[in-house]
Design a protein around this ligand. Structure first.
Ligand code: NAP
Ligand code: MG
Length: 502
């Protein structure tokens, strides 16, 4: 059913282990997770399923590695070398990583290639960034001196979603280990494979035992156990907003540091002075990339009334031309949906829109893909005749579904864009640079893409306003979120200080 993209020894296996304390191990109770290829519905592999006992072993290993191990004491350039080596090994196994990611997620070749490339670049970025990460010397009165140090925050639980399994693992592991933390990664149950391989690659590159542990298992059991564990110092979570809220509440019990990258309902504003063809192409990518299963998917499309008809005609024409086929084919534009449950969620949103009087301009139902009837596919869908009271406009769908609306001027565009509880991505299409900047500055979102379909580049802060979470990943600032700042105050006068005058 699939085309091999590599002849090299495959990372593809029938069975994958947990990684705890530098070893590939079985789960304590022998349970496994079965992972499927969403494009075909076929079994890909079985994976040891971590229990709470395994999570406990991982916490103790991470704690020991952090408290008594050598990793955080290495000179920075040595940690930097290891991160570069992780990147080099990943690069040498690029095609295999791409293949494994496609098998586990059903995403298209182009999407998987881009994400594996970026995962590699994340390690390279932090290998460089860590060398320049430092504390400061502050001005002090008289004969006092103060300097601050950046100390690794400790043991970090990192919980990741299924939409970008390898890339999200890289976003989390790279900055954390760069500063000297130890991590316990909990991949999504639906897509554990590439995170496990990344854990193996970390060991091969010279990351000491216990620094990177990988424990696929249930979110509500293992994920929750890590969030509540008193020996864990920080939780970094990417996933849905409701689970993010739950994690924040539970982490407060032990005052853990928390980073949350959550859901979105990102607006895409096309002004009358935009390059219409570029805006059409960028907007297609903005929603249908990764089959819409993207936290920054631009799922609310607003078009100025003067160009609405022309834009929508072109946008719908191209939507109907999108190819859903073998994910390994270069010509495939859109891959599968992650599983049957998510397919039903997407279809439920579309049906609710139809019931509320919306108009389907393209798609609107599960797709039948020849040769892939056992998989989970949804037609790229465009919905018009909607308003801001409708569920389909308010809630994140996490699928290939976009709602389109008109606006009459800049003020209304900004008001509509901000009329959401989320604030992750956004896009502005206009050839007027002053307008684009003016609008960008008023949008309540962590990322504004101006005449540009892309948002995630190593070095560019990524994260949300409002209920899309807080903390920024993929950038220098992330290093601060994996460190504590220690302020060291010293006195260098020749006369002893006697503050109480006793
Ligand atoms: P999810 O259901 O929130 O799950 C995310 C992760 O959390 C999974 O590993 C899950 O484990 C785990 N989990 C579930 N319940 C938990 C609990 N009570 N305690 C601790 N961990 C728990 O989200 P998803 O459906 O996988 O991913 C889609 C969501 O992620 C969307 O809302 C999307 O917008 C968001 N997302 C955001 C970003 C961003 O950067 N802002 C990026 C990607 C995705 P199981 O797999 O075992 O359930
Ligand atoms: Mg899978």
């Amino acid at each position: 059913m699939t085309t091999q993209v590599t002849e090299a020894v495959s990372l593809k296996r029938d069975y994958y282990h947990l990684i705890i304390n530098g070893e590939k191990v079985e789960s304590s109770n022998g349970k496994t997770i079965k992972t499927y290829n969403p494009a075909t519905g076929e079994l890909v592999a079985e994976v040891a399923k971590a229990s709470q006992e395994d999570a406990e072993r991982a916490v103790l290993a991470a704690r020991e590695a952090f408290d008594h191990g050598k990793w955080r004491k290495y000179p920075i350039n040595r940690r930097s070398q290891v991160l570069n080596k992780i990147a080099a090994i990943m690069r040498s196994r690029f095609n295999e990583l791409v293949e494994l990611e496609i098998l586990d997620t059903g995403k298209s070749l182009a999407a998987a290639q881009g994400q594996v490339s970026q995962a590699i670049e994340d390690f390279e970025f932090y290998a460089g960034a860590i060398v320049g990460h430092r504390g400061v010397v502050n001005n002090m009165p008289g004969q006092f001196h103060n300097f601050t140090e950046k100390e690794p925050v400790g043991v970090c639980a990192q919980i990741i979603p299924w939409n970008y399994p390898l890339m999200m693992a890289a976003w989390k592991i790279a900055p954390a280990i760069a500063v000297g933390c130890s991590v316990i990664v909990k991949p999504a149950s639906l897509t554990p494979l590439t995170a496990i391989i990344l854990g193996e690659i970390c060991l091969e590159a010279g990351v000491p035992a216990g620094v990177v542990n990988i424990v696929p298992g249930s979110g509500s059991e293992v994920g929750n156990y890590l969030v509540e564990h008193p020996k864990v110092n920080k939780v970094a979570f990417t996933g849905s907003t409701p689970i993010g809220k739950d994690i924040m509440a539970k982490a407060s019990e032990t005052l853990k540091r928390v980073t949350l990258e959550l859901g979105g309902k990102s607006p895409n504003l096309v002004f009358e002075d935009a390059d219409i063809d570029a805006a059409v192409d960028g907007s297609l990518f903005g929603i249908f990339y990764n089959s819409g299963q993207s936290c920054e998917a631009r799922s609310r499309l607003y078009v100025h009334e003067d160009i609405y008809d022309e834009f929508i005609t072109k946008f719908v024409e191209k939507t109907k031309k999108l190819v859903l086929a073998n994910p390994f084919d270069k010509g495939t534009h859109m891959g599968a949906i992650i599983d049957q449950a998510q397919l039903e969620v997407i279809d439920g949103f579309v049906k609710s829109a139809i019931e509320e009087g919306a108009e389907i301009l393209a798609g609107g139902k599960p797709a039948v893909v020849e040769g892939y009837e056992g998989g989970f596919w949804y037609e790229p869908t465009v919905i018009a005749n909607v308003n801001h009271d409708m569920t389909v406009v308010k809630e994140e769908i996490f699928g290939p579904v976009v709602v389109v609306m008109k606006f009459k001027d800049e003020k209304e565009a900004i008001k509509l864009a901000n009329d959401t509880e989320f604030g992750l991505g956004s896009a502005v299409w206009s050839k007027d640079g002053a307008r684009a900047t003016r609008v960008a500055k008023q949008i309540e979102a962590g990322i504004v893409m101006v005449n540009c379909p892309f948002s995630a580049f190593p070095g560019t802060p990524f994260g949300g306003y409002k209920q899309s979470g807080f903390g920024r990943e993929l950038c220098i600032e992330t290093l601060d979120l994996y460190t504590e700042t220690k302020s060291i105050v010293s006195y260098f006068g020749s006369r002893p200080i006697n503050p109480l005058g006793v």
